[in-house]
Design a protein around this ligand. Structure first.
Ligand code: ADP
Ligand code: ASP
Ligand code: MG
Length: 815
């Protein structure tokens, strides 16, 4: 004997019912089957809605009724197209009874739990009839039995408790005499001892099936639904979730109690007691393995965490006060008060100081709980021994479940560090002594992020998803996007990092896609994009609330850099190509580093100096490993290098600068490069990385430009003055040439002082042969006193800058 239960979706349409029939036909070949069915998908909600509308005197209840009627009739027409008059008329009579009930409610204005049970029972009563008639019409020996005649409960309408003894007796008695290949039972519905219609609570068909399976000592209880088993997390919230192959009864019990809706919580106990295994299967994909729930114990030492669940709509109540310390009986009184009100306590924690007891309940019960507790402790509250109960809502519980967690160290450590890294505030924590469940209360809005982050941490150790938001999709941005697209597969396979770009903005428009923007065709997404607004961009990043979010600034805009601190405060990493923040006021630079540290996030800007060259990283490593940098000498401007390498006998200065700009080697405003400001900023950043509290004014800057160049108002004016002052530049060139020197714009840092300026470099000096847009940095340190540590290579250009940004992103991924 096997017991199979089919849920709402499985019997939600004629084509799905045909799948059910095929499964039943096959399964019943060698053993009798009891099949428990839910109402047609969505019907229970529609019935409740019709009732609610009727008592509100809203005539729309009739439309809802017609909808219910049409759904059932059309399913029957499709399943049994011929000789169906009797079936149609039987269903018609049931529907007539339903309509009279609704009409009665319309007049009465009241929907008691008792009537509500009568109302929703129509769903299962009709669906079970349709299914048994369909089986019969296909020549399969089937018989429908009304579970209301078998399952006996108390009179707690809406969520009745089963009276086990009479129920078992009825089931045993019935199946003693009834021997059919398939017996069809409506799930969910029952009768009270006083003969009134009751129901077993929403989702209760699973429970009906479990009681029958346990009583008949079935070989197996199969729960057929719309997913391929019990998943590692709710598959509708966590895309990466996977079905769990094997799980113990206790684990299934915890998972279902903590929100895994796929199994109605009371279902586990009866089959656990009778040791009947449960198999969860997908009606749409019957060949999928599904989940087997049994008395199985995990032997292998794989992942001790079996699943991650959550419950929404939690209110957290805290009872506290000095009068609670050391006095016995407070908890007893508190929980007795809740029990009297039939309020289910889902979560409890009490600090060992006993100063406060904190517990979680369903939000719907919060007013009742608040009033009854304040009343029960009225005396102590007036004496100020305890405070009126504190109620907070809008919360959820998330829980890690696994029998074997107790044998492992560090699971809660990993859980809470993952939540912390993702800026998820934990309001309360509970860990049962059995350690089968570690739960935490968090804000409802963080649930999806928390589930995904924890899932990634415990089940996808191999891949870490990085969610990147880029502001400034120009030359460099485009190259970065290309590189990310190109390397995507490699990073996923080799480094186990899945980089997705979720948001992009250029100066005009911005786009977002929670699933990751299609990198093959992203420019077309900008066609219908909204206008760029940095505040809206920031709010969108927060609303998306994705784990491992990284904000990437590829602009040269001061305004963008103002946003870094906001991102860091949300534990969102910042990668900047823009050097304004790091070369602005020292206090700003320091603040951003402090924020990154205290919010356990990263602020990286390798490309601020030498584009993709590992200059900042090298310096950081020297300092961190205890070396002392005595001096730094560097050529840090790819732009100025390009200019002075190309300016000579056959070119003029103006055209050389124009060409540098055209080829993308200068900042959008070439004056920033030519005036030496850009180099000054870079040496300032290096000095700061070396621990100097320096400001930009402390950098000595001997400009080679003329007064007219420096005072030009616009970029165009600047170019004009370059033309006018050509002889000045020719003189500079001639002087160097005469001495056999090369012109290099050099930055130096020594003894806590820094300066930048144009130098004539003699032959033989490491800077002499520096070509094109190359940069070079020489670090003289205690460990490298004579022969400096040299970093050299292309220091400008879209490709290398993009790869520097990419390296920073990957560094965050590897953290
Ligand atoms: P049925 O109508 O078949 O009883 P339910 O809607 O009651 O189906 O339960 C199945 C649903 O449970 C799935 O579609 C899924 O959205 C939800 N669910 C929540 N958590 C889990 C989980 N951990 N594993 C599988 N399904 C889950
Ligand atoms: N039809 C009921 C509900 O929707 C019972 C069930 O499907 O298990 O809650
Ligand atoms: Mg269900």
């Amino acid at each position: 004997m096997k017991v199979l239960k089919f849920g709402g979706t499985s019997v939600g349409s004629a084509s799905n019912i045909n799948k059910v029939i095929a499964i039943l036909d096959k399964k019943s070949e060698d053993t009798p089957i009891v099949v428990v069915v839910s109402a047609v998908g969505g019907i229970t909600d529609k019935l409740l809605n019709a009732g609610r509308l009727a008592i509100l005197k809203d005539e729309v209840y009739k439309t809802v009724f017609e909808d219910i009627q049409n759904i059932h009739f059309s399913i029957v027409q499709e399943l049994i197209p011929e000789d169906n008059e009797l079936i149609i008329s039987t269903i018609g009579k049931k529907l007539e009874a339903l309509l009279s009930l609704l009409d009665g409610l319309y007049l009465l204005n009241e929907l008691t739990p008792k009537i509500s049970d009568k109302l929703v029972s129509f769903g299962e009563l009709i669906s079970s009839y349709i299914i048994s008639e369909t089986l019969k019409s296909r020549g399969i020996d089937a018989k429908r039995k009304n579970s209301q005649e078998l399952i006996i409960t108390d009179s707690n309408h809406g969520n009745a408790e089963v009276s086990i003894q009479p129920t078992r007796a009825n089931i045993v008695e019935y199946f003693k005499s009834s021997k059919h290949r398939i017996t069809v039972l409506p799930g969910f519905v029952a009768n009270s001892t006083t003969g009134e219609e009751t129901t077993l609570g929403r989702g209760g068909s699973d429970y009906t099936a479990s009681i029958v399976a346990a009583t008949l000592n079935a070989e197996v209880l199969e729960i057929w639904t719309d997913v391929s088993g019990m998943y590692t997390a709710n598959p509708s919230l966590v895309k990466q979730a996977k079905p769990i192959e094997q799980i113990s009864f206790q684990e299934a019990l915890e998972l279902s109690h903590f929100g895994a809706k796929v199994l109605y919580p009371p279902t586990v106990q009866p089959v656990l007691d009778a040791n009947v295994p449960i198999l969860i299967k997908n009606t749409m994909y019957p060949e999928d393995v599904g989940t087997r729930i049994s008395d199985f114990t995990e032997k292998s030492i794989k992942n001790p965490v079996k699943g991650i669940t959550h419950i929404d709509n939690i209110a957290l109540l805290t009872l506290q006060g000095p009068g609670m310390v050391g006095i016995p009986g407070f908890s007893k009184r508190l929980f007795e008060t809740l029990a009297l009100e039939k309020i289910n306590v889902i979560f409890i924690t009490q600090a060992s100081s006993e100063h406060a007891i904190c517990f979680g309940i369903d939000t719907k019960d919060k007013e009742t709980a608040e009033n009854s507790i304040n009343k029960a402790f009225e005396y102590e509250i007036t004496l100020k021994k305890i405070e009126p109960i504190l109620v907070e809502s809008g919360l959820s519980i998330i829980a890690l479940i696994g029998d074997n967690m107790k044998n492992y160290q560090g699971i809660s450590g990993r859980m809470f560090s993952t939540l912390g890294k993702n800026n998820i505030n934990v309001r309360a924590i509970a860990q049962g002594a059995s350690e089968r469940n570690i739960s935490a209360i968090i804000d409802e809005i963080d649930v999806k992020k928390a589930l995904n982050a924890l899932h990634e941490r415990f089940f996808e150790v191999e891949t870490k998803q990085l969610n990147v938001f880029i502001v400034g999709v120009g030359n460099v941005g485009e190259r970065l996007i290309d590189q990310i697209e190109q390397q995507h597969q490699f990073l996923k396979e080799k480094l186990k990092i899945d980089v997705r770009i979720v948001g992009m903005a250029n100066s005009r428009k911005m786009i977002f896609n929670e699933e990751g923007i299609d990198l093959e065709d992203w420019p077309s997404a900008f066609d219908f994009a909204e206008k760029t607004n940095l505040e809206i961009f920031y709010n969108r990043v927060l609303d998306l609330n994705l784990r491992n979010s990284i904000f990437v600034d590829i602009t040269a805009e001061e305004e963008v850099s103002y946003w870094y601190e906001h991102y860091l405060r949300q534990s969102i990493s910042v990668v900047a190509c823009n050097k304004i923040a790091c070369s602005g006021a020292y206090s700003l630079y320091e603040n951003l580093h402090d924020l990154a540290l205290s919010y356990n996030t990263s602020f990286l800007y390798e490309t601020n100096v030498g584009a993709g060259l590992p200059i900042i990283n090298t310096l950081n490593n020297l300092v961190a490993s205890g070396d002392k940098v005595t001096s730094i000498e560097a050529v840090l401007s790819g732009s100025l290098n390009f200019v002075f390498n190309n300016f000579g006998d056959h070119t003029n200065f103006h055209d050389t600068v124009k060409r540098a700009q055209f080829e993308g080697y200068t900042e959008p405003d070439p004056r920033i490069d030519l005036s030496g400001i850009d180099v000054a900023r870079k040496i300032l950043i290096l000095a700061r990385e070396n621990g100097e509290k320096m400001e930009i004014e402390d950098i000595e800057n001997e400009s080679f430009l003329t007064k007219a160049n420096l005072e030009s108002d616009t970029v165009d004016d600047f170019y004009d003055t370059l033309k006018e002052d050509e002889s000045h530049f020719q003189d500079i060139y001639a002087s160097a040439k005469e001495k056999g020197c090369q012109l290099k714009y050099v930055a130096e840092f020594k003894n806590g002082k820094a300066k930048v300026g144009l130098r004539e470099i003699p032959e033989g000096h490491p800077f002499y042969n520096l070509e094109g847009k190359d940069n070079i940095v020489m670090f003289y340190t205690e460990r490298y006193p004579e022969q400096p540590l040299i970093v050299k290579g292309a220091g400008a250009g879209a490709d290398v800058t993009a790869s520097g940004l990419f390296a920073d992103i990957i560094k965050i991924g590897n953290k």
